[in-house]
Design a protein around this ligand. Sequence first.
Ligand code: HEC
Length: 133
Amino acid sequence: MSTHNSRHPFRFALLALLVAGWASTSPPSRAGDADAGKDVFKSECAECHAVKEGRNKKGPSLFGIVGRKAGSVADYDYSDALKHSPWTWTAEQLHTYLSQPAKKANPGTKMKYDGLDNAKDLDDLISYLDTLH
Ligand code: HEC
C-alpha cells in the first residue's frame, strides 16, 4: 500500500507535464482540423456520400450539410425514419449522430454506419463538413 502511494507524486508530475504539453499545442475549444477531416471523410464516408452539390450516391449529397434540415435533399429517397426526424444538422447534432451506430441514433434508417469512436477524428470530420458551402 505505502509503496504504491509513494509513486503517486511522480506519476502526477508526469501527468501534469503531459497535460501542459497537450494544452499548449491544442486549440482551446473543440474546433477540429478540417484538412485532417477531409481524410477522415475519404476513408469513412466517401463510399456512400459525395460532397458535390446535387450529387447523391448511396447516401444524399453532404454539400451544405451543417445547418441543413435532416432529410431535406429534394431528389434523394430517404427512409421514413430520417425524413420524419426532427433534426437540424448542427455540429452538435452531427456529433451525436456520427459517434454511434446510425441505426441506434435513428432506428429505421438505411444508413449502414457503425459510428466513429475516435473523438479527434470526429471533431476534424465535422470541421471539414462545415467547409462544404
Ligand atoms: C454504407 C453507406 C454509408 C456510409 C459509410 C455513411 N453514410 Fe451517411 N447516409 C447513408 C445513407 C443511405 C443515408 C440516408 C439514410 C436514410 O434515409 O435513412 C445517409 C444519411 C446521412 C446523413 C443525413 C443527411 C440528410 O440529408 O439528412 C448524414 C449527415 C450522413 N449520412 C453523414 C455521414 C457521414 C459524415 C459519414 C462518414 C462518417 C457517413 N454518413 C457514412 C449512407 C452512408
